[in-house]
Design a binder for this molecule. Structure first.
Ligand SMILES: C[S@@+](CC[C@H](N)C(=O)[O-])C[C@H]1O[C@@H](n2cnc3c(N)ncnc32)[C@H](O)[C@@H]1O
Length: 283
């Protein structure tokens, strides 16, 4: 997908779905932002750029973590998600005053040079069509010595939360053409060597890529059928179901319910996942 297609995607059905399910996604992904904040030891940062901030839940977490001296600018291409982010900041009152949001393509936007001391992102940097150029663009927005900290997914095979629903769906849907390696999307940075080469190419140093295990707890404390529907709606199967008729969707849903039953407890489907916690520095 080109950057223009990403803009259309995240402003279309995907953006609306993420916006509608923002509370569930924010709750499920909160531990990953916390883990990244702890891992990257970002204390002391004062001007933060949160790339691909989505509904802004982690933007507020970063602000709260760093305290009132810090400001955080969330940048995203999705207007529906930025509406959610602005509303969330308003509702947060005091904490919300530290944050601001910008609708822009982070890969090409002309940020004021050397204006941030931390680039943070939870799953927001894997969608650039030219990642080296995008990170070079982001680098110029950083002060010398500034830090970068982002999370991205390890390969699909390590992420049962994505793999198992896809396997259930493929019982009834033709598997799509495998994307070219490193294609923009959730698994673009699954290969740590590739990610390192992108960051080196963009001029970053002190690159560290640490494996980290996570649990993805899908749903909102409901029954298995509803929870499986939430997962299909928001997980990687959703793109495959986009053009299917209602009958086929129901067939895939039934297969997912069966596959998820062993993983369902206390109103959630809990599945293991694996991320990379990536840190680097602008020399
Ligand atoms: C998987 S979502 C993650 C959202 C949020 N960081 C979270 O963890 O809840 C990826 C986000 O990246 C945004 N995005 C994709 N390409 C972008 C770009 N070129 N510039 C800024 N944001 C982008 C999308 O609109 C989307 O909100």
């Amino acid at each position: 997908m080109s950057n223009a297609e990403q803009v259309a995607y995240w402003n279309g059905e995907a953006g609306r779905k993420w916006a509608d399910n923002d509370a569930m996604m924010a709750h499920m992904l909160a531990p990953i932002a916390q883990d990244l904040l702890q891992h990257a030891r970002v204390e002391g940062a004062r001007r933060v750029l949160d790339v691909g901030c989505g509904g802004g839940s982690e933007t507020l977490m970063v602000a709260e973590h760093l305290g009132p001296q810090a400001t955080v600018l969330g940048v995203d291409i999705s207007a529906p998600l930025l509406n959610v982010a602005r509303e969330r900041a308003r509702a947060a009152g005091g904490g919300g005053k530290q944050v601001d949001f910008l609708e822009a393509d982070a890969s090409t936007h002309a940020f004021p040079p050397a204006s941030f001391d931390l680039l943070f992102s939870r799953f927001g940097v894997m969608f650039f069509d030219d990642p080296t150029a995008a990170f070079a663009n982001l680098r110029q927005a950083l002060q010398p010595g500034a830090r970068l900290a982002f999370s991205c997914w390890q390969p699909l095979q390590e992420n049962l939360w994505a793999l198992l629903p896809l396997k259930a769906a493929f019982q009834h849907l033709p598997p799509p053409e495998p994307p070219p390696p490193h294609a923009p999307g959730p698994f673009a940075f699954a290969d740590a060597d590739y990610t390192r080469s992108v960051l080196e190419g963009a001029g970053f140093t002190d690159i560290d890529i640490a494996p980290h295990a996570v649990t993805m707890a899908w749903g909102r404390e409901d029954d298995l059928a509803t929870t499986a529907r939430d997962m299909l709606n928001m997980g990687p199967v959703s793109r495959l179901l986009q053009d299917c008729d209602a009958a086929l969707r129901e067939t895939v849903h039934a297969a997912a319910v069966e596959a998820m039953a062993p993983w369902f407890s206390e109103g959630k489907i809990r599945l293991p996942g694996a991320v990379w916690l990536v840190t680097a520095r602008k020399a």
